[in-house]
Ligand binder design. Structure first.
Ligand code: CA
Ligand code: ZN
Length: 302
């Protein structure tokens, strides 16, 4: 199994990036990710105001998938996320959902052990590992890893977790997969401005789907029981509207239902959820039961 090392990072999903590794479709790889602060916070004495912002939000990669061409679908199976032992959170004046109440920057060290993160020595929670930043190369404009686009990026969606399969529409030859910003846990909204930020070793398998008809405009996530679209926009309303449009298009592609009926179906059993409210582009997602799109002997994307 190839290992992509933590030092091999990008700060932008840039069509000009050169691959740090090249793998075959079907291969399983181990990707070592740095935390979103580029490991610049070592203790609670280190403040976010002192970090070098040119070194935040590193994503490990990009990894070229041989044979991937624009229009293909890249399916990334998240097999395992092995976390480091030290998580960090920060609070920043005038940033995030509580910025108006926060007077001084603060850093909190959150140890991870025994399958839990320890918010205090008396208050622990089961880890809930997820990948905040994951994407492929955009076709034209370079997008900083802290931002979001149709290629993926900083979506901060809790559903990108072990067991998930994430579909990306390939935009550049080789797809150029990169990821980072793993969280030991995060609540929907990411309200303060971060999750429990931590280094990780992420095991993924990459597959290419060539002969599909449907081109999802943005990443789609598959879990054991759900399909999820993730939308983004300058407001939560616009992010929600995009995620709703995307799931409607996906259902329409797989079924013969009229739009009004699909809209009712989503309203009856689809769940619209907030991913994060703290970046200039907000992200929201819609989750629908898998039974809507599953037909015997017919994969969803074919
Ligand atoms: Ca993030
Ligand atoms: Zn993060």
């Amino acid at each position: 199994m190839k290992t992509i090392e933590r030092a091999d990072v990008i700060y932008k999903f840039d069509p000009g990036n050169q691959p740090v590794a090249s793998v075959e479709a079907g291969e399983t790889i181990l990707i070592e990710t740095d935390d979103c602060f580029g490991s610049q916070l070592k203790s609670e004495e280190d403040l976010i105001t002192e970090v070098d912002f040119s070194k935040v939000n590193p994503a490990t990669g990009p990894v070229e998938i041989k044979g991937a061409m624009p229009g293909d679908l890249l399916a990334v199976d998240i097999l395992d996320i092995d976390l480091g032992t030290k998580g960090f959170m920060v609070a920043i004046p005038d940033e995030g959902g509580f910025g108006h109440l926060i007077e001084e920057p603060a850093t909190k060290l959150i140890p991870v052990s025994e399958g839990k993160f320890w918010f205090t020595p008396d208050l622990s929670f089961p880890i809930n590992p997820m990948i905040g930043v994951i994407g492929v190369s955009p076709s034209e404009r370079a997008v900083p890893c802290g931002e979001i686009g149709n290629h993926g990026g900083n979506m901060d969606a809790k559903v990108i977790c072990p067991g998930a399969r994430v579909y990306f529409l390939v935009q550049k030859d080789g797809a150029m997969l990169a990821m980072g910003d793993v969280h030991a846990g995060m609540g929907d909204g990411e309200s303060v401005i971060c999750g429990v930020e931590i280094t990780a070793r992420v095991k993924v398998r990459v597959e290419l789907i060539k002969s599909h008809q449907f081109r999802p405009p943005r990443p789609v996530v598959e879990l054991s029981d759900r399909f999820i679209t993730i939308g983004h926009g300058p407001s939560l309303d616009e992010a929600a509207s995009t995620a709703l449009d995307d799931i409607l298009k996906l259902i329409r592609y797989k079924t013969n239902m009229p739009v009004s009926e699909i809209a009712m179906l989503i309203s009856a059993v689809g769940n619209l959820k907030v991913c994060q409210i703290v970046d200039p582009q907000k992200t929201a997602r819609v989750e629908i039961p898998k039974s809507i799109l599953e037909f015997p002997d017919q994969p969803v994307f074919s």
